[in-house]
Design a protein around this ligand. Sequence first.
Ligand code: MG
Length: 255
Amino acid sequence: MRIARFSDGTNPVYGALEEGSKRIVGLKGDPLFSPVEPSGQIYELDEVRLLSPVIPRSKVVGIGNNYSDTPIPADERPEPPMFLKANTSVIGPDDPIAIPAWSNDVAFEGELAIVIKSLAKDVSASDASQVILGYTVANDVTARDAMTGGPWARGKSFDTSCPLGPWITVDPTLDVTNLAIRSYLNGEKAQDSSTAHMIWNPFELVSYVSHQMTLLPGDVIATGAPAGAEIVHAGDRVEIEIEGIGRLTNPVVRA
Ligand code: MG
């Protein structure tokens, strides 16, 4: 099942759709905080505007340096760099990424994103799946020229720097440790990898992060980018595709 959040013309609405289907079954309330119950409304995917499938109430946690074509043995892995993106940085599918006036080096980073379902503190990797609602696509947009010599908040957390979508895939049979991940800049392939090349897999990351800070329902973990991320300019179009999840597309403008 896929959980989408979209505009019905006036308000954000949640809905569920099956893979390959264009028919969205409307849901009552927010499925993160209330039982999944049909509202009785049916929508056509082509006729609604998809929004970010989740607006984290507390945080997006970013992970760096998490891809390697030659996985490092578990006992030799350094702890992954971790940072935060404000929930105000989140935008949805087709929303424009706005390059800040103060940056000339903004890059996209296509990443698998984990959406947390329930409060998680000190969770083991083997229990992590119990606190995960599902997965979506994240673009960890980064102003690289604001990353040198200090905290990463400006470079990682400016408005529009966290596109999420197109929906949350909820599928216990999806093997998230072996999904193709690709991105395209103006139709030209940029990243081309697999989540099999992650150094820390999604379950290990949930465990690691939950030992640093409590995760809350709706929190998102962006799991790091494979090689191939590129600088963007106004007028560009970035597409990120993850096998079994979907494709997230955003245009780029100058703020
Ligand atoms: Mg990143």
